[in-house]
Design a protein around this ligand. Sequence first.
Ligand code: SIN
Ligand code: FE
Length: 295
Amino acid sequence: MAHATPVPADALRCLPDDAWDTGPTTHLEHLVEGGHVLEFPHLRFLLAPDERRFLDPAWSDGRSKNLSLRGDGSIRGARGSATDLEALRAMIARYADSAQALVDRLFPHYRGKLRAGNASLRPFQVEGRAASWRKDDTRLHVDAFPSNPTRGVRLLRVFHNLNPDGRARTWRVGEPFGDFVERFAPRLRPALPGSAWLLHTLHVTKSRRTAYDHIMLQLHDLAKADLEYQRGAPQAAVDFAPGTTWVVYSDQVLHAVMGGQHMMEQTFYLDPDQQYAPETSPLHMLERRMGRPLR
Ligand code: SIN
Ligand code: FE
């Protein structure tokens, strides 16, 4: 299918660093805020021999697709003896520390302002995973979650492909956020009066949805439900080889995961007003497009 506007060839920025806490690369706030994916093909997260066993999906409790380390230090989504779970916790915590050292170095402007969220190990194979269309991450989307309003706070994610069998994690990366918003803006509808209050009161949402959250969820759903958009939108296929780390604002960059197994991920939150260029945030872009405050 012909693509109206191709994805810029530099959507990915390839960087040479091979250590988490030191290296040549710094001051990349403008690149990541500009919707680029920062790719580090030589930035490895090494497992100790005794940790390789944790790549087996059998450590999952079967209820969640992630084994997560929460901010309070607890492990979720895993099962095993207390000793095993402590070793798993230490491994994920080491990833969290590595990701923190990396973002502190890459983004000095964010120092002391990024808040670390969960870190997770994702041991399951992407292919063949059944999901409703709304939860289907093989469809291009920006991250927005029904129960977790962000109120405009940014989602900065540090991913790493841990696959031991040479398998890439395969993504598609889509068009710039501004083009995406222009395309779907005519289909956005205001929230029903009182709905944010009701969802919060019924504990469907963990905090009150703002107009921003309502729009981001609609953009997420409109893109995923539109098969013509999925096939025909500007997009590039990207393979992240094992041993590759990549950093991206997943609330801004259209992405889909097409294949792979064994990944680590650390989420950071940043108030958009603490960005290097706050006007490039989805919140500010949507406020300009809609002509009203969305907080
Ligand atoms: C996603 O954020 O859509 C999933 C990314 C992945 O599993 O590689
Ligand atoms: Fe996503």
